[in-house]
Design a protein around this ligand. Structure first.
Ligand SMILES: [Zn+2]
Length: 347
């Protein structure tokens, strides 16, 4: 087991710890476990040992009405300011659990058992909690870190293959923006990793979380450096909102587009651009997707990271090194339209 403490957030990520050891980390408080139906189906006897709240499935659990239902159940179960919330699930469950914990009676302590690769490497680290507003993802939320996150690679074995791939999209992102060695590791161990080899997965999750932690420690409120973690996400979110792709798949397409833009705008060599897109393909992630350019543009205009007339866009200078560039929206629109019209899939 490896642990990473995020100093300025007082949050500890426990990688390779078994979820069955949860009692070691829970305080002497009345604890409510929140999970979705999938987790309940797979881990029923574990969940039944807690006061628990089962919240549907899918994106609808990140809505106002879902928050209201959780609050109702907490009140009905006798929750008070000293209660503790334990979210068990992927990013959606952790997001809504963290959000409710942050606002219920002005805030409860909380922790996560993170069950998807995406949430183990990304969503659970950094203290972002939030819900969607209509079609707009994470429009309402807070920065508030969980006390701990258990990342148990054994939990990944009950995930659908597509969700595993989606998680790899986010892991690969960390390699692209910060860590050439991790990029090589992903290339060399592709087969074992896709088969979820436990020791290698623990290593991989540790490396990705370390990168994210380092960035979050430097920039907890996303003023500068942390924006680099949004690589592939500006266009990725637009695609995710307008297709049936998962988050990691949509981000993969977003990263492929941002990589091609990087060739023009930040001096990424065409050889490295090819290597980046090849790695995404090795992990069976999509690198282009038919979404009308207009749809993407309409979304860019609404992007919550929009900073007046330009968008802080993340580009690659080389594999393992990213930069932030404020691109005027009009400029970005025309570039994206051109790239979408000329998908130029790399062989
Ligand atoms: Zn993401």
């Amino acid at each position: 087991m490896k642990s990473i403490h995020i100093e300025n957030q007082n949050s500890t990520i426990l990688i390779g710890e078994s979820y069955l050891n949860i009692q070691k980390y829970l305080p002497e408080k009345k604890c409510f476990l929140i999970c979705d139906e999938n987790i309940y189906a797979h881990y029923k006897s574990f969940v039944d040992d807690f006061d628990h709240i089962i919240i549907g499935c899918g994106e609808e659990i990140k809505t106002w009405s879902s928050v209201a239902k959780i609050v109702e159940k907490l009140l009905a179960g006798g929750a008070d300011r000293n209660s503790y919330l334990l979210g068990m699930g992927g990013g959606l469950v952790c997001d809504v659990t963290g959000f409710v914990a942050s606002v219920f009676m002005r805030g409860l302590d909380f922790g996560f058992i993170s069950t998807s690769l995406l949430s183990q490497v990304d969503a659970s680290v950094g203290g972002k909690n939030g819900i969607n507003f209509g079609k707009l993802k994470n429009m309402i939320g807070v920065f508030n870190p969980p006390q701990f996150v258990i990342c148990d690679p054994q939990l990944l074995r009950t995930l659908p293959e597509r969700e595993i791939r989606s998680g790899f999209g986010e892991v690969i992102k960390h390699a692209f923006i910060k860590d050439k060695d991790l990029f090589e590791f992903l290339k060399e161990n592709k087969d074992a990793l896709l088969n979820l080899d436990a020791a290698l997965m623990e290593d991989l999750i540790y490396r990705a979380v370390s990168i994210k932690t380092e960035v979050v420690n430097k920039d907890p409120f996303e003023k500068g450096e942390r924006k680099k973690l949004n690589f592939g996400h500006t266009i990725g979110h637009a695609i995710e909102n307008n297709s049936d792709l998962t988050h990691g798949e949509a981000v993969s397409v977003g990263m492929a587009l941002a990589t091609r833009l990087s060739e023009e705008m930040s001096g990424l060599s065409s050889d490295q651009s090819y290597e980046v897109i090849s790695l995404l393909r090795m992990y069976k992630l999509p690198v282009d997707h038919e979404v009308p350019a207009e749809t993407i543009n309409n979304f860019l205009i609404k992007d919550k990271k929009k900073n007046r007339s330009s968008i802080d866009f993340i580009l690659l200078n080389s594999i393992g090194e990213a930069s932030i560039k404020a691109i005027p929206i009009e400029d970005l629109k025309s570039k994206v339209i051109r790239l979408c019209k000329d998908p130029k899939p790399i062989q």
